[in-house]
Design a protein around this ligand. Structure first.
Ligand code: 3H9
Length: 687
């Protein structure tokens, strides 16, 4: 047990040490209670300070422990009671961050002193939970209902200065944290937060409830938080605590919280790629981005934001000027909106160079190509890059579907060629598919993954195939959306059903946003390359009318104000006519059929990607879909969701659907059959 006690000026300092983030492991509350009791009984001690070793006070309850039989809740709550019973002043000395159960310990202490810059937050909502160790009852008593609701429903931390202003901490240390905490403790008296009252604020509660109603699968956790806060204003403290515990237990058992907890750990596990050497990307100081279109400028911004100097290269001077202008405008607008300071914006803009010549790749550490999506053009660019770049420079392609091996073939030194598939807008979207070519060296791949981390992306390794992980699955998902239209659904029904299921945007609206012409050109290529996989011609008919989506003001929907989709009776008529030309009698299609077919299409193709070795683990696929395609985080990702349904049920439904119209698309992946036969699930492939 790593709890140590020291004494300064008659004040006992109790320190815990559970690297890396001082999560509240099962041993911690009991150990702390023992140490606390010893100091309460020691007549030479006037006050007690609680603090954490290492980088922070505490990141909260041990999330991994929530899946074990002893969730750790009882121990944490017993500690809270012990703190409530303290007969001497107890001061929490905060540094780094105090999150979740960590902040709740600080709230159960009587006073809080924070080092400057400390972040304080109750992020449980991000795990589909509520603060379950008294946070919902104590925080409103300290900072008021509106502020408490804001912190708990957003999950966003505030810094020490804001916490001082809100009344969450009583002092921000001016000098050494522990010196200041000792001085504070010596003059403090006993005051329990539970004895304060929280004034009712019906307007703040109503506002929070209205906002929660739009949050789909997150609404139950949000409403539980709001109910608890209301209790804090109306019920005796212990009754409020009892209700908080009951609601916490229900949320902990919910599918949504399981999904979000899986997403949390998978986001960290995805970076640990078995078999790769340790590598970092801190030595990447200069980059060149080839192509100043939307992708090229987005990638440039992402690199500049991480402190990497970039030369943006584009042959056509007007396109170069436009791309560089987009980069500068975006950075300036961040400064204008006070998201970054003006000096930081100036430094980023100063780190941008422009050129019309590939000769300027000669000194950079990495080149990222983002030219037109055409294999021959890319091969020509790579042949030239390989000749002009330093031999140790990484050569990356931002292709979204093309064969990275054929691109690498064109370059001398194909072991340094890797795919870096950014998603649009590249400076915002967190997903980065890191495509491992047949000859990509393990070190280059490891460095590419480290670069992903450095620029704040979730890097996922994918093998080479048409569409990699994300777009290959998206094709099957879209196929079902189009088949559903042919059989009886209308566009708004398909999109609304998927959005109600939790997707950020339905599939047809996604295509309208991305540009229908992109899908059209990919379908034309695939019609030649994959004749055995016929696709619906319906979206082609829409493209033939020049309706490419938002950018042309019309696609599957109309966009009179530029962004908001409006159902178009002409498209509904076109869909119905199309069914007639296929000789199909349209039928009523339920929302359940839409969500089931779309979700099963993803799961089945995901299993095929695992079987083909394109994705290494189910969790890699889950991360692609969570960070690149707006898949609902509460469902954990398509493969985690499949386990929640149960693979035998998934297989049975695939078999049933494979007997229907265009049933070939649901032919079960051999991996699903194997896992079911062995009584295993996708989760068993994650470790
Ligand atoms: C709670 O408190 C419930 C209570 O209200 C009620 C109880 C009754 N537990 O993210 P990083 C691991 S719910 C276990 O890479 P960073 C993490 O998995 C909790 N493990 O570093 C990783 O492990 P690995 C409320 C945790 O510096 C390592 O620590 N609290 C926990 O980028 C480093 O993490 C939260 O939701 C944890 N609580 O970010 C906070 N936290 O190296 C969640 C981290 O093996 N945590 N780990 O992959 C975070 O937001 C970030 O991890 C943090 C550090 C900002 C703390």
């Amino acid at each position: 047990m790593a709890i140590t006690t020291s004494v300064r000026d008659g004040v006992a300092l109790l320190k815990w040490d559970n690297p890396p983030v001082n999560a509240i492991a099962s041993w911690l509350p009991g150990g702390l209670m023992q140490a606390l009791a010893a100091q309460m009984n020691d007549p030479t001690i006037s006050a007690i300070i609680l603090h954490g070793a290492g980088r922070c006070f505490s990141a909260g309850a041990d999330i991994a422990g929530f899946d074990s039989p002893d969730t750790g809740e009882a121990g944490i709550r017993a500690l809270m009671q012990a703190l409530d019973s303290a007969t001497k002043p107890v001061v929490a000395a905060l540094h780094g961050y105090a999150f979740g159960g960590g902040l709740e310990i600080a709230l159960a202490a009587q006073w809080r002193v924070a080092a400057p810059g400390t972040r304080l937050g109750l992020p449980e909502i991000n795990l589909g939970l509520l603060p379950g160790a008294g946070g919902t009852q104590r925080l409103p008593r300290l900072v008021g209902v509106a502020k408490a609701l804001d912190m708990m429903t957003s999950g966003k931390p505030i810094d020490a200065a804001a916490a001082l202003a809100a009344g969450l901490v009583e002092c921000v240390a001016a000098g050494d944290l522990l010196d200041d905490a000792v001085a504070f403790a010596r003059s403090a008296h006993v005051r329990r937060v539970r004895d304060l009252t929280a004034a009712p604020d019906p307007a703040a509660l109503q506002q929070a409830r209205t906002a929660a109603s739009d949050r789909k699968l997150r609404a139950p956790a949000l409403n539980a938080i709001i109910d608890c806060v209301e209790d804090a204003t109306s019920l005796p403290f212990d009754e409020g605590i009892g209700r908080e515990a009951t609601r916490f237990a229900a949320l902990l058992a919910s599918d949504a919280s399981h999904g979000l907890r899986h997403a949390f750990f998978a986001e960290r596990a995805v970076a640990r790629v078995p078999g790769l050497p340790a590598a970092d990307a801190t030595d990447i100081a200069r980059a060149a981005v080839i192509g100043a279109g939307t992708m090229g400028s987005g990638i440039t911004i992402a690199l500049l934001e991480a402190g990497i100097a970039v030369t943006l290269i584009e042959q056509r001077p007007e396109a170069l000027a436009a791309g560089a202008g987009r980069v500068r405008d975006t950075i300036q607008s961040l400064a204008k909106r006070r998201r970054i300071s003006q000096p930081v914006a100036d430094a980023r803009i100063a780190a941008l160079g422009v050129s019309t010549s590939l000769d300027d790749v000669a000194t950079v550490d990495i080149v990222i190509e983002a030219v037109f999506e055409d294999l021959e053009i890319k091969r020509a660019v790579f042949a030239e890059l390989a000749a002009k770049a330093r031999p140790d420079a990484i050569l990356a392609s931002n292709t979204s579907t093309l064969d990275v091996d054929r691109i690498a073939d064109a370059a001398a030194g194909p072991e340094r060629v890797v795919g870096l598939h950014f998603f649009s807008p590249a400076n915002i979207m967190r997903l980065l598919e890191v495509v491992r070519g047949a000859r990509t060296s393990p070190l280059v791949l490891a460095r590419a993954m480290a670069l992903a981390r450095r620029i704040g992306k979730v890097g996922v390794v994918a093998g080479v195939c048409d569409g990699f992980i994300g777009n290959r699955m998206f094709e099957e998902y879209l196929r079902q959306a189009y088949l559903l239209l042919e059989e009886g659904a209308l566009p708004a029904q398909v999109d609304d059903a998927m959005q109600a299921w939790g997707f950020a945007l339905g599939p047809l609206r996604v295509m309208d946003l991305a540009g229908q012409d992109i899908g059209w050109s990919i379908r034309k290529r695939r019609a030649i390359e994959q004749p055995e996989r016929p696709y619906s011609r319906l979206p082609d008919q829409i493209c033939e009318q020049g309706r490419f989506g938002q950018k042309t003001g019309a696609g599957f929907y109309l966009y009179p104000d530029g962004r908001k989709p409006l159902a178009d009776p002409e498209i509904d008529a076109l869909v119905m006519e199309y069914s007639a030309t296929l000789g199909l009698v349209r039928r009523a299609i339920s929302d359940d059929e839409i969500t089931e077919r779309c979700a099963l299409a993803l799961i089945n193709e995901g299993a095929k990607l695992l079987g083909d070795g394109i994705a290494a683990r189910p969790l890699d696929i889950d991360q692609v879909w969570l960070h690149g395609y707006g898949f609902p985080a509460e469902r954990g990702g398509p493969m985690f969701y499949a386990d929640q349904i149960g693979l035998p049920q998934v297989l049975a439904r695939l078999q049933a659907l494979s007997g229907g119209r265009e049933g070939w698309a649901f032919q079960p992946a051999p991996l699903i059959e194997t896992l079911v036969a062995e009584g295993r699930n996708f989760g068993s492939l994650n470790s």
